[in-house]
Design a protein. Structure first.
Ligand SMILES: [Fe+2]
Ligand SMILES: [Fe+2]
Length: 188
């Protein structure tokens, strides 16, 4: 065994001892921890789904829509990290699960954005369930974090719906679609 591995073992032992002994925060409950870990997976799946849509838009020669989806995917990662940090800060344990394979092909841009909107509606339902659970567990800290997610979901649904309405207006016609693609390509 190399010296490095030995050092790491010693460091791990020491870290385990000190972190367990020094933590005096109000620990996260088992139920909230499990639900938050599940939501981390859902947010990472959302990220994966939007990345898959980005790839599809690249193949449809719509780089602006692909950019919109890449930005969306990045935001979903940030959502997962908010939950990750919350669990860690409250002395809980993050446990990552495998991420389901997302759909890879959509017949049209409209179909993809419709899927995105429906997916956001589903996530809103998940967030609402988490709010109910936090209230049941009397977990105010989780409740405050989840209020951020509640507002974020209003924005997420509105953004997807806005894009869908615009897309339906321009249809599949060349020039207007290219103009919309350029416009959504500006999202940062
Ligand atoms: Fe999200
Ligand atoms: Fe989202």
């Amino acid at each position: 065994m190399s010296g490095c591995a030995f050092c790491l073992d010693a460091w791990a032992d020491e870290t385990a001892n000190t972190t367990k002994q020094e933590r005096e925060v109000i620990m996260i409950s088992q139920n909230i921890q499990e639900a938050f870990n599940k939501q981390i997976n859902a947010e990472l799946y959302s990220s994966y789904l939007y990345l898959s849509m980005a790839a599809c838009f690249e193949s449809l020669n719509l780089p602006g829509f692909a950019n919109w989806m890449k930005v969306q995917a990045r935001e979903e990662n940030e959502h997962a990290m908010k939950l990750f940090e919350h669990i860690v800060q409250r002395g809980g344990e993050v446990e990552l699960e495998s991420i389901d394979k997302p759909k890879v092909k959509w017949e049209s841009a409209v179909e993809a954005i419709e899927d995105a909107l429906n997916h956001e509606k589903k996530v809103t339902g998940m967030i609402n369930d988490l709010v109910d659970l936090a209230a049941k567990e009397n977990d105010h800290a989780a409740g405050v974090l989840l209020q951020w997610f509640v507002s974020e979901q209003v924005e997420e649904e509105a953004n997807a719906d806005d894009l869908l309405q615009k897309l339906k207006m321009v249809g599949t016609s060349g020039a207007p679609l290219l103009m919309l693609d350029q416009q959504v390509g500006k999202r940062e």
